[in-house]
Design a protein around this ligand. Structure first.
Ligand code: NAP
Length: 660
């Protein structure tokens, strides 16, 4: 079915109203004592900013209240490192301001100017590079959503037919659809699942939750203040994404349970033919002017190649395709892998299984995060729900802390010689993480010997640990097996020491086919260029978004866009979506049918990326990980800070494209 958009519903205010529901605060009608109690749980730096915006009082941003924000180590300093005295003073001031706001009847917040907002931001970012301000305004989203297209099709090219296929209705697909809708561009979303959410819909294994702070891991245009945790569980994130799909009214444009099989570019018409197959096997072909792929990176489950894997007669499941009726009670269970998924599954199933065998090839580095499973404290939740725009400032603060994140800690230093770490800061991080492991496993030297990684921290994805991993592995019915898997048999897993581990269920927590971008779709570009044949397993793109020979094909979550120690994947996805929108606006404005990335900028860009990745731990360690492809190149990771990606995508470099 072809969905038509009318300019009427595109411009209707209801879309905006629903999205701002996420910002709506409730009036304050509680006593001073209760407000004071709530303030004990407050994140103070962000609260000072919200109150400064609300009241215009610069005293809230005085030098003695400014958080020193020490550099990130294995942990993050609470309250930006503010002294106890500064915290006390800030709480006293905040109490006065909130009471005054209450007593004035909780009026609508004043409209702060960009200059005012920049001033408030500078309170947190101090004398950092002013180049940061546009990206920070974008993430703050006040007074307006700066990621919204600054054009509308009805103004640029009212009579030009232009249809876009969005592939995937996860985080990126929802963002793409929302932006297309804002710009009045006709689109269809193809989603292979029966619901929105992508990876968050699919990964419903026990214990699945975020490991990136939630306020920053959310769409810039759909903020909410009532996250129950800083690292929310999968159902909460799925509920959020489903809510955003509703609030943006994009659902009716989604063709669910419809998988894109192929996309073929036609040189004569400069259009893409997209072939889809729905749940009943019905094949349909539709044509589009452009395609935005939003299929995610951690999407297609990867099963390991292990001899005899198919011969196992018990039940085999993958973490990302978890049967919701799987009953592990009283079963002997093997979990293969010790990455982020296993780390969440193993502690969640340990109490129900009879026996648990965890097969580890390489141990992960773990960042001590004692609050990982904590609920957001009640006072903080109350403040988020009652102080206007506090949620926005809290998100801003989270974003700012993570924008460089642990990048300096994974930096390779050429003059550093060490068997494990790659630089001085990396060595400090290593020692902190080893100390954490010593604390966790000190009473079990047998386990300690197995869990200390022999590769540099940051060489692969670091996990968050609140102690549950050690607690789980120490249980008497759990074993951590580090002898390599030799083969599998009908009854279990045989390791290289000739021991057969008999189990009833094998859980593959073995990750995803991350380097096979756009797999398994067939993608044919100009003059019959076959994308996967051309890539030959070494996927590359220009700024992770466009590829020479594939006009008007825009990728989100494309090659080398994965931020792994700073920020969240949503950030780079939104950058890509906004870049694609700029490109589409440019095509419409100039009446070009299509634009194709030139070879030279593509090659130059990839040289810079490859060199950048070699300056980071993951680029030089010899360990396997989803960051690298089979050729050993780091084809997934973004090696620089967030500002660098923002700067590359914030403008369309028109001269880097050939127009058709
Ligand atoms: P992963 O990080 O790729 O881990 C796969 C695990 O399987 C590794 O321990 C790997 O060992 C092991 N493995 C693979 N093939 C094997 C084989 N043939 N024999 C033995 N072991 C094998 O996958 P994941 O845990 O699903 O996580 C992927 C990414 O998804 C994460 O890094 C993260 O970015 C994201 N994720 C996030 C969350 C969250 O937000 N909380 C949760 C889950 C996943 P080696 O290390 O030796 O290769």
């Amino acid at each position: 079915m072809r969905h038509q958009l009318s300019n009427h519903n595109l411009r209707s205010a209801s879309v905006i109203e629903n999205l701002t529901d996420y910002d709506r605060v409730q009036p304050i009608n509680v006593s001073e004592v209760e407000i004071k109690k709530a303030l004990e749980d407050a994140d103070i730096p962000a609260l000072l900013c919200a109150l400064a915006m609300l009241t215009g009082d610069e005293a809230l941003l005085s030098e003695d209240l400014r958080p020193p924000t020490p550099p990130m180590s294995s942990t993050i300093s609470p309250q930006g490192g503010m002294s106890a005295e500064a915290q006390r003073k800030a709480r006293t001031l905040a109490l006065k301001k909130i009471i005054a706001y209450r007593d004035a009847g909780c009026p609508e917040p004043r409209v702060a100017s960009t200059e005012d907002l920049d001033q408030i931001m500078k309170f947190l970012i101090k004398d950092s590079n002013e180049d940061y301000l546009p990206i920070l305004r974008h993430e703050l989203g006040i007074p307006k959503d700066t990621g919204a297209p600054d054009w509308h099709k009805s103004d640029l090219a009212p009579h030009t037919e232009f249809r876009v296929a969005v592939i995937g209705a996860g985080v990126s697909g929802i963002a793409a659809a929302h932006r297309l809708q804002q710009a009045g561009v006709e689109f269809v979303i193809y989603e292979k699942n029966k619901e929105v959410g992508g990876v968050w819909w699919e990964n419903a294994y026990p214990g699945c939750r975020l490991d990136t702070p939630n306020f920053a891991y959310s769409l810039s245009f759909a903020q909410k203040q009532d996250w129950p945790q800083q690292f929310s569980r999968q159902p909460e994130i799925q509920k959020y994404l489903s809510g955003v799909a509703d609030a943006t009214h994009i659902r009716s444009f989604i063709q669910f349970e419809t998988e894109v099989v192929s996309m073929v570019y036609d040189d004569a018409t400069a259009r893409w033919s997209v072939t889809t197959r729905n749940a009943s096997g019905e094949v349909t072909v539709q044509t589009f002017n452009a395609i935005i792929t939003a299929v995610g990176q951690l999407n297609r489950p990867s099963f390991p190649t292990i001899e005899g894997r198919e011969s196992f007669k018990g039940q085999s499941v993958h973490s990302a395709i978890w049967p919701q009726d799987l009953d592990l009670k009283g079963k002997r269970v093997a979990v293969v892998g010790t990455g982020a998924s296993a780390y969440q599954i193993v502690p969640s199933i340990v109490d129900e299984v009879a026996e648990l065998k965890v097969f580890q090839r390489n141990p992960p580095w773990m960042l001590p995060t004692p609050t990982y499973h904590h609920d957001i404290k009640p006072g903080m939740t109350w403040l988020l729900q009652h102080v206007p725009y506090y949620g926005r400032w809290f998100r801003f603060w989270q974003f700012w802390i993570a924008s460089e994140g642990r990048l300096p800690l994974v930096e390779v230093e050429s003059d550093w010689v060490h068997p494990v770490s790659v630089g001085r800061a990396n060595e400090t991080l290593r020692q902190e993480c080893v100390a954490h492991l010593n604390t966790q496993f000190g009473d079990r030297p047998d386990l300690l010997a197995k869990v200390v990684p022999n590769y540099a921290p940051g060489g692969k994805r670091m996990l968050r640990d609140n102690g549950v991993w050690a607690k789980t592995l120490k249980q008497s019915h759990v074993s951590l097996i580090t002898d390599p898997i030799d083969h599998m048999s009908e009854t279990g897993i045989q390791t290289s020491d000739a021991q057969l581990h008999e189990v009833d269920v094998i859980v593959y927590a073995t990750g995803f086919k991350t380097s096979d971008y756009l797999y398994p779709m067939k993608v044919m570009g100009r003059h019959g260029k076959d994308l996967h044949a051309w890539w030959q397993g070494d996927c590359r793109a220009y700024i992770g978004i466009t590829i020479p020979g594939f006009p008007n094909l825009f990728m989100t979550g494309g090659p080398n866009t994965g931020v792994v120690v700073n920020g969240s994947a949503i950030f780079s996805a939104e950058c890509a979506v906004e870049y694609a929108m700029r490109a589409i606006g440019h095509l419409l404005k100039n009446q070009h049918a299509a634009m194709d990335c030139k070879e030279e900028p593509f090659l130059k860009y990839n040289e810079v990326i490859d060199a950048g990745n070699l300056t980071k731990a993951w680029g030089v360690v010899k360990t396997t990980s989803w960051y690298k492809n089979s050729a050993g190149r780091a084809s997934q990771t973004w090696p620089f800070n967030l500002l660098a990606y923002w700067s590359l995508t914030a403008n369309l470099n028109v001269e880097d494209y050939e127009y058709l």
